[in-house]
Design a protein around this ligand. Structure first.
Ligand code: HDE
Length: 752
C-alpha cells in the first residue's frame, strides 16, 4: 500500500485512499509513473495469489479499486498543465498579436484545449444509452464446485469485485429515467479467471427469439426516423406495428406493460440473465442455469401517472436515487439465485429453454440462493467509468458456457462489435474500468490507443525465442462444453417456439387484480397513442389469445370492438406444467417492510407546530428514512413555539411525485398559508392518487377535506394510508405512519 501510495495520485474525497497532506504523498515534481500494471508483483505466484485473486478478502473490499486507483487523478494542490505536463501560465486569454490583435496559430495551449473539447463526446450506445453505474462486490454463500468451476462460486465467503450498470433501453443518453421501458441490469464480475459479464435485464424474457430480428425490433422501438419522435417511449405506431406482427413478443409485452417497466428505484428491481446458460464443473459435467437477482429492499414500482410526472420533476430520478443511497452508506443489495436443471429435465418441459421468450416457472425449478451482491461505491467519474464500461455477452469464464439460444448467439457477436466503433478501436479492454484484474497476456498487438507496452520481440505462438510464452492454459483454460452437433443447416425454429401465448396467459393469470388493472391501463395508454386503427385492432386480436378479459378491457378503453382472435401459429401447444405462478407478481417480494431511504415530505410554513414535526422527523430518521422539510420558500421556518426549522426544499423545486409519503403539519397559521397555495392541493391529490401514505397532524386535517381526500375507501373500509392525529399524539402517529409507509403503496385505493 505504501509503495502504491508513493507512486500514484490519490483521491482525497474517498476513505481508504491517500489524502493530499498524507505523508505518503509523492514529492512535488517527482515522476509518479506506475511501474507495472500489476499491483502486487509482476507475476502470479503461490505467495501473492491470495492478494491478487481475492481468495480471502475482507467482505466489502473491492479489489478492482486498486487497479482503478492507479489512474484516478486528483488535481488538489496541483498546477494546471497541458496534456504534455507543461505548466500553463494563463488559462483566461488566448495568445494574440497585441491586446486587440488577431489570435496566433502558434497558441498550442488554446488549440490543444479546444481540440480536446471538440472530441469529448463518443457515440452513445445504440440501445441502453442512458444508464447509471456503481462498484461493489459479490459474495458467495457456499461452494458451487459440484456444478461449476466458475471462480466466484468456489468457496463460501469468496468475494469478487463487480461493476454494475443499470439502464433504460430506448431513450438516448440524455433522456429521462422513468419511461415505460425494460431496464438493463449488467454486472461485470472481475474474477480471478478474467471478466465475466452477466448482461441481463429486469425482465426475464425478451421480445424476439432470434438475433436476426433485433435490428428490426430496435428500429421499430426507437424514435420514428422521419421526425425523430417520440423520445424514450414505445407508445407509437412503428413499435406496435412491429410487435403486433410478431406474436412471439406477446409474453414480453405483458411484462413490459406491467409495473415492472416503471420501477421505483434501480435498487428495488429484479435482474435476470434471460437466456438459459450452462454451468460446467471441473469434471466437465454440465447443467443448465437461469440467473436471478432479487433486491433486498423488495420489488417496488411507480404508478404510471407518477412516472410520467417524474419525467418533468427530475430527469435523473433513478440515477440520483442510486447515487444518494450509496453516498449515504445505504448500500443496495441483491441476492443471486440460480435455477439449475439438467438437459433431460429441459427436454421434458412444455416449452423450449432455448427460447428467450419463455421463463422456467419457479414452481418447476426453484430458485436457489447462492450469494449476494452489494453496491458500495459510486464511480469517481461518470464518463471514465459508467460511460466507458463495455459489457459483453461473450465475456464468460471457465465454468460458465453458452447454450444454443439463437438470440444469445447474436449477442455473442454484437457487443464486441459495437464497442469497436463506440470506444474507438479494438483496445477498449484496456480502459481501466474494463481491464480485468486477472493478468492479460496474449499476442494481440497494436491498434488504436494501445496502452500496454509489450516487451520483447515475440508476438506469436508457438515460439522458442520467448520460451514458448505466453503458453496455452490447457485444462486450466476455457474449454467450450463439447456438445455434440450434427444437423442440417437450416433457417427455422423448433416447434415449441411457436407457442406464443401459453406463458403470456400464465403471466397475466399470476398477477394480482390491481396489477392486472395496471397492465390493462398500460395497453390502453400505449395503443391510444397509435394513430393507425388497423395496428390497434391487430394487437387486440393478439391479446384475445392471452385473456379475453384483458382484450375486452383494453378494447373498451380504445372505443373499439373486440376482434376475432389472431390465428395461432401452433394450434395445440403442449399443456403447461403450471397455470399460475405467484412468484411472477411483484407482491411476491415485498422486502422487509422497512422504510430505509424512503423520501418523506414534511410540509411546513411559518407558524407551524414545531414539536410534533420534530417528533416525526426524529422518528423517520431513526427508521432510516429521509425526511425533507418542504416549505413555500427555502431557509428558516418560524415555528409557533419560537423554534426555527430549516426548509431544505421548496414546494416549487420538489414536486409531490418525488416523495414516497407526506406529512401535513399542525399550526393554524401554517395551515392557513398552505391552504392558500395551489401546490398544497397538488401535494395531497398526487400523493393520494399515487396510493401513498398521508399523515395530517392537527389543523391540517382541513387541507385533506379541501382536497377531497376521504379517510374511507370506496369499499367502506378505512383507508390505511390516510392518517390523522393530534399534535400531542405525534409519537404514536409516527409509529403508525412508518408502518403504513412500509407498505409502499395502498393499492386498495387504486383509482383513476
Ligand atoms: Fe443487448 N445490446 N442485445 N440485450 N444489452 C447492447 O451493447 C444486443 C439483449 C443488454 O449497460 C449493446 O454495449 C443484441 C437481451 C444490456 O452497457 C448491443 C440482442 C438482453 C445492455 C446489444 C440483444 C440485453 C445491452 C448496445 C439480441 C437481456 C446495456 C451497447 C440478439 C439479457 C449494457 C452495447 C450496458 C446493450 C446487442 C438483446 C441486455 C448493440 C444483438 C436479450 C443490459 O451490442
Amino acid at each position: 500500500v505504501q509503495a502504491l501510495a508513493a507512486a500514484f495520485p490519490h483521491n482525497t474525497a474517498k476513505p481508504a485512499e491517500f489524502g493530499h497532506d498524507s505523508a505518503l504523498q509523492p514529492v512535488e515534481g517527482q515522476t509518479a509513473q506506475p511501474a507495472s500494471p500489476d499491483v502486487t508483483g509482476s507475476t502470479l505466484t503461490e505467495a501473492n495469489a491470495s492478494a491478487k485473486t481475492g481468495a480471502a478478502p475482507t467482505p466489502g473490499e473491492n479489489r478492482a479499486g486498486g487497479a482503478l486507483d492507479r489512474v484516478r487523478a486528483d488535481a488538489a494542490g496541483r498546477v494546471l498543465t497541458t496534456n504534455q505536463g507543461v505548466p500553463v501560465a494563463d488559462n483566461q486569454n488566448s495568445l494574440k498579436a497585441g491586446l486587440r490583435g488577431p489570435a496566433l496559430l502558434e497558441d498550442f495551449i488554446l488549440r490543444e484545449k479546444i481540440t480536446h473539447f471538440d472530441h469529448e463526446r463518443i457515440p452513445e450506445r445504440i440501445v441502453h444509452a442512458r444508464g447509471s453505474g456503481a462498484h461493489g462486490f459479490f459474495e458467495a454463500y457456499d461452494s458451487l464446485a459440484r456444478y461449476t468451476q466458475a471462480a466466484p462460486f468456489q468457496a463460501a465467503g469468496k468475494v469478487t469485485p463487480v461493476f454494475v450498470r443499470f439502464s433504460t433501453v430506448a431513450g438516448e443518453r440524455g433522456s429521462v429515467d422513468t419511461p415505460r421501458d425494460v431496464r438493463g441490469f449488467a454486472v461485470k464480475f472481475y474474477t480471478d479467471e478474467g471478466n465475466w459479464d452477466l448482461v441481463g435485464n429486469n425482465i426475464p424474457v425478451f421480445f424476439i427469439q432470434d438475433a436476426m430480428k433485433f435490428p428490426d425490433l430496435v428500429h421499430a422501438l426507437k424514435p420514428e426516423p422521419h421526425h425523430g419522435m417520440p423520445q424514450a417511449a414505445s407508445a407509437h405506431d412503428t413499435f406496435w406495428d412491429f410487435v403486433s406482427l410478431m406474436p412471439e413478443s406477446t409474453h414480453m409485452l405483458m411484462w413490459a406493460m406491467s409495473d415492472r417497466a416503471i420501477p421505483r428505484s434501480y435498487r428495488m428491481m429484479q435482474g435476470f440473465g434471460v437466456h438459459t446458460f450452462r454451468l460446467v464443473n471441473a469434471e466437465g459435467g454440465s447443467h443448465f442455469v437461469k440467473f436471478h437477482w432479487s433486491p433486498k429492499l423488495g420489488t417496488h414500482s411507480l404508478v404510471w401517472d407518477e412516472a410520467a410526472k417524474i419525467q418533468g420533476a427530475d430527469n435523473d430520478y433513478h440515477r440520483r436515487d442510486l447515487w444518494e443511497a450509496i453516498e449515504a452508506g445505504e448500500y443496495p443489495e441483491w441476492e443471486l439465485g440460480l435455477q439449475i436443471f439438467s438437459e433431460a429435465q429441459a427436454e421434458a418441459f412444455s416449452f423450449d429453454v432455448l427460447d428467450a421468450t419463455k421463463i422456467v416457472p419457479e414452481e418447476l425449478v426453484p430458485v436457489t440462493p447462492v450469494g449476494r451482491m452489494v453496491l458500495n461505491r459510486n464511480p469517481d467519474n461518470f464518463f471514465a467509468e459508467t460511460e466507458q464500461v463495455a459489457f459483453c455477452a461473450a465475456h464468460v469464464i471457465p465454468g460458465i458456457d453458452f447454450t444454443n439460444d439463437p438470440l444469445l448467439a447474436g449477442r455473442i457477436h454484437s457487443y464486441v462489435d459495437t464497442q469497436i466503433s463506440r470506444l474507438g478501436g479494438p483496445n477498449f479492454h484496456e480502459i481501466p474500468i474494463n481491464a480485468p484484474i486477472a493478468q492479460v497476456h496474449n499476442n494481440q498487438r497494436d491498434g488504436l490507443h494501445r496502452q500496454a507496452i509489450h516487451r520483447g520481440r515475440v508476438a506469436y505462438e508457438p515460439n522458442s525465442i520467448g520460451g514458448g510464452c505466453p503458453f496455452q492454459a490447457g485444462a486450466r483454460g476455457f474449454m467450450s462444453f463439447p456438445q455434440p452437433v450434427q444437423e442440417d443447416k437450416v433457417r427455422g425454429k423448433p416447434e415449441k417456439f411457436a407457442d406464443h401465448y401459453t406463458q403470456a396467459s400464465l403471466f397475466f393469470a399470476s398477477q394480482t387484480p390491481v396489477e392486472q388493472q395496471h397492465i390493462v391501463g398500460a395497453f390502453r395508454f400505449e395503443l391510444s397513442k397509435v394513430t393507425i386503427p388497423a395496428i390497434r385492432e391487430r394487437m387486440l386480436a393478439s391479446l384475445v389469445n392471452v385473456h379475453t378479459d384483458l382484450a375486452a378491457q383494453v378494447a373498451a378503453g380504445l372505443g373499439m370492438a373486440v376482434p376475432a382472435p389472431m390465428p395461432l401459429a401452433l394450434e395445440n401447444p403442449a399443456l403447461p406444467e403450471v397455470t399460475a405462478s405467484p412468484a411472477l407478481s411483484l407482491t411476491a417480494r415485498p422486502g422487509d417492510g422497512g422504510i430505509r431511504t424512503r423520501k418523506i415530505a414534511l410540509l411546513a410554513a411559518d407558524g407551524v407546530e414545531g414539536s410534533s414535526l420534530r417528533v416525526l422527523q426524529q422518528a423517520l430518521l431513526a427508521a432510516g428514512a429521509v425526511p425533507v422539510l418542504v416549505a413555500p420558500r427555502l431557509g428558516a421556518v418560524a415555528a409557533s413555539d419560537g423554534a426555527t426549522l430549516e426548509a431544505v426544499a421548496t414546494m416549487e423545486n420538489s414536486p409531490p411525485v418525488l416523495f414516497d409519503a407526506l406529512v401535513l403539519p399542525d399550526g393554524e397559521a401554517a395551515v392557513a398559508t398552505l391552504a392558500a397555495l395551489g401546490q398544497t392541493n397538488e401535494f395531497i391529490v398526487n400523493q393520494y392518487r399515487h396510493c401513498k401514505t398521508i399523515l395530517a397532524l392537527g389543523a391540517s386535517q382541513s387541507l385533506l377535506v379541501a382536497a377531497g381526500v376521504a379517510q374511507q375507501l370506496p369499499s367502506g373500509d378505512v383507508d390505511p394510508g390516510v392518517l390523522t392525529a393530534s399534535a400531542n399524539t405525534a409519537t404514536t402517529a409516527a409509529e403508525v405512519f412508518i408502518a403504513a409507509v412500509g407498505q409502499h403503496r395502498h393499492l386498495q385505493r387504486d383509482m383513476d
